[in-house]
Design a protein around this ligand. Sequence first.
Ligand code: NAD
Ligand code: TYD
Length: 339
Amino acid sequence: MQRILVTGGCGFIGSEFIRRQLATYDDVTIVNLDALTYAGNVENLAEIERHARYEFHKGDIADRDLVMRLLAGNPFDAVVNFAAESHVDRSLLDSGPFVRTNVVGTQVLLDACREAKVPRYVQVSTDEVYGSLGPTGLFTEETPLAPNSPYSASKAAADMLVHAYHHSFHFPAIITRCSNNYGPYQFPEKLLPLFITNLLANEQVPVYGSGQNVRDWIHVSDHCRGIDAALRRGKVGEVYNFGGRCEKTNLEITHLLLELLEKPKTLIRYVADRPGHDLRYAIDCSKAERELGWNPEVTFSEGLRSTIDWYRANSGWVSRVKSGEYRRYYTEQYGARLT
Ligand code: NAD
Ligand code: TYD
């Protein structure tokens, strides 16, 4: 495994994956293709941007000519596709970019990888493709896809395309499906970074509905170790679920944050529920444990504390992201105009 094309590497999970790959393996070169949408921030990779085994290309995975050219001119040992529109609330406002990037972008990557005969492809997907659970039960790899939001519908469509390319053309693909990630560098629109950064600024936190929805939380480093295990040891054509075995209601998380940050309960603001809000996600990750020798290592209490510490120590990153100023960093750094 020497040359890996990572797409969406300037986002939250992709940037963690790239940092870890370069730190863990001496023989890996990473080429990062990222369109730098609002969620893509080159500052997330500031510590490795001049690394001898790292190369950045600004570009859109749905741009067929660009992707075909990049793959034709580069012998890659693997492609790992993180690039996506990733926020459910945004998908409810406008599903267009979700279909374009998550579905068409994946199709373009699959075609380009087939043409270039890339020997391994990993599609980074989500447990949200399985829909919503009631109070009991867990998602397994056999759970039928039943997505409920435009975001999860677009991810499920992408997964089905990946499956179809494997089934029809023996395309060497693996799909990973993970539960809710948290950790450093997460864009502060998702629950944990939004609530942590608001509370650090003594601002209210908007809890949707009654706050009883359940998510299964996993530290981003555990997710990236799982993707690495699937990439290196996974079986082509298989799906692997990753989760943290850590179910919490949103209200439990909110109270935990208030306690850790020593903030008053008056900062909780109940707001109108998200339309079609999935009640509960919970992952059975025993297949990945059994077949990949992977298991989640970071406990929620230690992961949450270190995540809070990171946001506290990186107030500059937070304010640049919240103000949109991080986009100027790119212009200064690369001398290019942002679209
Ligand atoms: P993110 O929103 O932080 O980052 C997405 C990245 O993709 C950004 O750098 C963005 O610029 C880039 N991108 C978007 N559209 C692009 C395009 N058309 N071409 C090239 N690059 C483009 O997302 P994330 O939280 O890091 O999620 C990464 C992947 O993991 C996504 O596929 C997501 O569905 C999946 N996932 C996320 C979670 C989670 O909890 N965040 C859980 C399971 C799976
Ligand atoms: P989110 O981080 O958007 O992830 P996802 O919807 O993909 O699981 O939301 C996690 C949970 O937190 C979800 O049940 C919605 C809820 N939530 C709030 O209550 N308030 C908020 O401001 C946000 C962003 C999410």
